[in-house]
Design a protein around this ligand. Sequence first.
Ligand code: CA
Ligand code: CA
Ligand code: CA
Ligand code: CA
Length: 268
Amino acid sequence: MLRIIGGISLLLLVGSATAPEPTLRFNRYFVAAESYESVGVFDVDKNDTLDIVSGDFWYEGPRFRNRHLIGNEPRKDQYYDDFSTIPLDVNGDGRMDFVTGGWFDQTLRWVENPAKKDSQWPLHEIGKVGNVETTRAWDVDGDGTIDIVPNNPNHPLKYIKLVSPGVFKTVTVAPTQGHGLGFGDINGDGRGDLIVSDGWLEAPENRESGPWTLHKEFAFGTASVPIIVTDVNGDRLNDLIVGQGIVMDCTGTNKLATPADNAAGQST
Ligand SMILES: [Ca+2]
Ligand SMILES: [Ca+2]
Ligand SMILES: [Ca+2]
Ligand SMILES: [Ca+2]
């Protein structure tokens, strides 16, 4: 699991109107001294202003000086068991909820944005999916609505689809997966494929009945989430941008992860 150190900050994007070529500049904006594993940005209170949601609080945009308690996530080891903040109105009441999951309790859950502003947000279990490194949201089946894809090393790869308010359906894609996950069209057939640490899974015409064929054309070891799919060199073939995780060796020194490290489950 990757650590996020320090408080929450925003990097603000500022464009220059007079330069012949746009120059991008980022400013750091302090939000809060506390920090959690994950952060999301969406309009919590429906006032057409984006807010920040992270761990036990949401912070009112656009200044983020007012915070509201939404939960009481216990600390486990050096982590909070809360590894994503995917905005999704799960119960269809018009207020944006979010989806998260825990490495330690191996559970995917959604967190309900309540009607009352300063009450805590109820937790709802979606399912036991295996250790949740983090979760991503992609429209895996191409129906125009995001699906939830948790990265669960050494557990089956699946996507989880919201089929009606508060009701999810799980579609299994592969019997196992490593550390790392991406999504994009690799073979140019218009269907998004899933990228795992040891290859890419070709999306079949019927995503639910499969089969998703694994093409072992690379081996990334402890790969990032996400593995980004984009055409880097402009040859109209999608390429991959992948980060490499780090592990701690027995002396406490960081080193690049290897496939052997990944198999041993030592990734951090
Ligand atoms: Ca809702
Ligand atoms: Ca979908
Ligand atoms: Ca494809
Ligand atoms: Ca390319």
